[in-house]
Design a protein around this ligand. Structure first.
Ligand code: AMP
Length: 417
């Protein structure tokens, strides 16, 4: 199947070619025909599957085909997404895919002054990408009218709920015109999300792209048993050993993320953190520096990182194992995107072993245990305090020399149960 066979308008095909997209991904192949037929869509899929193009292409196609080019631009499509980073990324995708269509989009999100955003809205756009709070705010101030809306996309619905946006989302749904095409995307489908989807979807078709596929097929995974206090040293060791240029490190907490950056700085590894307590500018700068190769390590909390699309990200490190197993799938989906393959390594201390069990149950795999490293936790240090504040030295001798086999450069894969 090619994009041309899906019946996409020529200027969009040209843009996809410029992006280097040769064939549609499974979600695109399934979702695009449904959307071109004018039906609503429930997409159960995580980011990394190509879902932005799955909704972006048919929306652009429809607006392009029906565009008279006359009069002021009116908002025809609205995409609501939980985080600023995701919003910016989706806006960039619309710009790229719509490059030759003359269709304009803009992105609105909180945490920054509204002036620039309202200027863009005044000039007129056909596509608006927004986070829920700022959208409601600008609607209430009269800067956004949804009167002419033809498409609405609720993206990452489960994340939106996790972040406490449920009331905002319901208020937005209440203001949508009744005649519209609705798209609802969520990586997981707990009961609350099913209920929310019923509020917005009419006659819909469902496309499910199982997260397990992304995990099993593309991402090489490994687990390191390590005491909490040794995690930073192990991280430094891995970065040096693997000579990795771009590592995305996940931390469960904002405080933890800051602490990791501080310790990496001391080891002279360029790192920055992105999380909810950082200003929007700081987050965007860190992301740009990481994309430009100026930073080796980006440390992120789940909410800040979800959906972030970084090309050629070859290594993801779960510094902390997530207590929600689905989060593991989202995290490792940051590597091995679309056509690339990637590696996801996880650190597991004594207290986190139950989380590992849940994760393995969800992904229906036993993650190989890597024992060829200097900080193997034999379980005796379970109750040690959090990572020590001393900087890990560059040339510190491995403590557990016995665990190292100097001849073995490759990982020793221990087929544990
Ligand atoms: P998404 O799930 O929308 O965040 O997309 C994940 C990544 O896949 C992004 O880097 C897209 O640019 C890329 N991508 C999306 N569709 C395709 C395609 N058909 N071929 C190659 N790459 C794609």
């Amino acid at each position: 199947m090619t994009f041309k066979e899906l019946g996409i308008a020529a200027p969009i095909l040209k843009a996809l070619e410029a992006q280097g997209y040769e064939n549609p991904t499974p979600i695109q192949e399934q979702a695009i025909p449904i959307l071109l037929k004018g039906k609503d869509l429930l997409g159960v899929a995580q980011t990394g599957t190509g879902k932005t193009a799955a909704f972006g292409i048919p929306i652009l196609h429809h607006i392009y085909q029906n565009n008279s080019g006359l009069g002021k631009r009116k908002i025809k499509a609205l995409v609501v997404t939980p985080t600023r980073e995701l919003a910016i990324q989706i806006g960039d995708s619309f710009t790229a895919y719509g490059k030759f269509t003359g269709i304009k989009n803009t992105v609105i999100f909180g945490g920054v002054k509204q002036g620039k955003q309202t200027d863009e809205l005044r000039k007129g756009v056909e596509i608006l990408v927004a986070t829920p709070g700022r959208l409601l705010d600008l609607m209430n101030q009269g800067f956004v009218s949804l009167r002419d809306l033809e498409f609405v996309v609720l993206d990452e619905a489960d994340q939106m709920l996790d972040m406490g946006f449920i009331h905002d989302v319901k208020k937005i749904i209440a203001k949508l015109p009744p005649k519209r095409q609705s798209l609802f995307f969520s990586a997981t489908m707990p009961k609350t999300i099913v209920e929310l989807s019923q509020k917005i979807l009419g006659d819909f078709e469902q496309v499910t792209i199982k997260p397990q596929q992304a995990t099993a097929e593309k991402v090489e995974q490994g687990i390191y048993f390590v005491a909490k206090g040794d995690k930073v040293k192990l991280l430094v060791h891995l970065i040096e050993e693997k000579q990795t240029k771009a590592v995305l490190v996940f931390s469960r907490t904002k405080h933890g993320a800051n602490k990791i950056v501080k310790l990496l700085d001391k080891a002279e590894i360029n790192a920055a953190a992105i999380h909810g307590n950082k200003s929007q500018t700081a987050r965007q700068n860190a992301l740009n520096d990481f994309k430009d190769g100026k930073l080796t390590v980006l440390v992120a909390t789940d909410i800040a990182a979800r959906g972030i699309d970084i090309d050629e990200l070859s290594l993801v490190v779960n510094y902390d194992l997530p207590n929600v197993p689905e989060t593991y799938v989202h995290r490792i989906g940051r590597t091995g995107r679309a056509d690339a393959s990637g590696v996801a390594l996880s650190f597991c201390d004594g207290e986190e072993r139950p989380y590992l069990k849940d994760i393995q149950k969800l992904i229906k795999q036993t993650i190989p245990v890597i024992t060829d490293h200097p900080y193997v936790d034999d379980g005796s240090r379970k109750n040690e305090p959090d990572a020590d504040e001393r900087p890990p030295r560059q040339n510190n001798r491995p403590k557990n020399q016995n665990n190292r086999n100097p001849r073995s450069k490759n990982r020793n894969r221990n087929p544990r149960n």
